[in-house]
Design a protein around this ligand. Structure first.
Ligand SMILES: [Zn+2]
Length: 56
Protein backbone atom coordinates (compact mmCIF):
# COMPACT_ATOMS: atom_id res chain seq x y z
CA UNK A 1 0.00 0.00 0.00
CA UNK A 2 1.44 3.29 -1.14
CA UNK A 3 0.52 6.75 0.14
CA UNK A 4 -1.43 8.61 -2.57
CA UNK A 5 0.28 11.87 -1.63
CA UNK A 6 3.97 11.18 -1.02
CA UNK A 7 4.07 7.71 -2.62
CA UNK A 8 6.00 6.24 0.25
CA UNK A 9 5.01 2.85 1.60
CA UNK A 10 2.34 3.21 4.24
CA UNK A 11 2.79 1.68 7.66
CA UNK A 12 0.53 -1.19 8.66
CA UNK A 13 -0.94 -0.07 11.97
CA UNK A 14 -3.75 -2.51 12.67
CA UNK A 15 -5.26 -5.67 11.30
CA UNK A 16 -8.23 -7.74 12.33
CA UNK A 17 -11.20 -9.62 10.96
CA UNK A 18 -14.39 -7.85 9.96
CA UNK A 19 -17.77 -9.26 9.03
CA UNK A 20 -20.21 -8.02 6.46
CA UNK A 21 -23.73 -8.58 7.77
CA UNK A 22 -25.13 -7.63 4.36
CA UNK A 23 -23.28 -10.44 2.69
CA UNK A 24 -23.90 -13.56 4.73
CA UNK A 25 -21.52 -12.39 7.45
CA UNK A 26 -18.67 -12.91 5.07
CA UNK A 27 -15.27 -12.59 6.72
CA UNK A 28 -12.79 -9.99 5.63
CA UNK A 29 -9.18 -9.56 6.50
CA UNK A 30 -9.09 -5.87 7.42
CA UNK A 31 -5.85 -3.94 7.45
CA UNK A 32 -5.39 -0.30 8.40
CA UNK A 33 -2.47 1.62 6.95
CA UNK A 34 -1.16 5.02 7.92
CA UNK A 35 1.22 7.51 6.38
CA UNK A 36 2.62 9.30 9.41
CA UNK A 37 4.03 12.11 7.26
CA UNK A 38 0.70 13.15 5.76
CA UNK A 39 -1.62 11.73 8.43
CA UNK A 40 -3.42 9.71 5.77
CA UNK A 41 -5.28 6.55 6.69
CA UNK A 42 -6.33 3.75 4.40
CA UNK A 43 -8.24 0.58 5.10
CA UNK A 44 -8.36 -2.51 2.96
CA UNK A 45 -10.90 -5.26 3.49
CA UNK A 46 -10.06 -8.37 1.57
CA UNK A 47 -12.36 -11.38 1.56
CA UNK A 48 -10.83 -14.27 3.45
CA UNK A 49 -11.37 -16.60 0.52
CA UNK A 50 -9.50 -14.20 -1.73
CA UNK A 51 -6.30 -13.83 0.24
CA UNK A 52 -4.18 -15.50 -2.36
CA UNK A 53 -4.82 -12.51 -4.59
CA UNK A 54 -3.52 -10.06 -2.05
CA UNK A 55 -0.71 -8.10 -3.57
CA UNK A 56 -0.60 -4.66 -2.00
ZN1 LIG B 1 2.31 10.20 2.57
Amino acid sequence: MECPVCHQPMKKVRWDISHNPNNDNKEYDRTVYQCTTDDIWATTEIPKDNLNQQNI
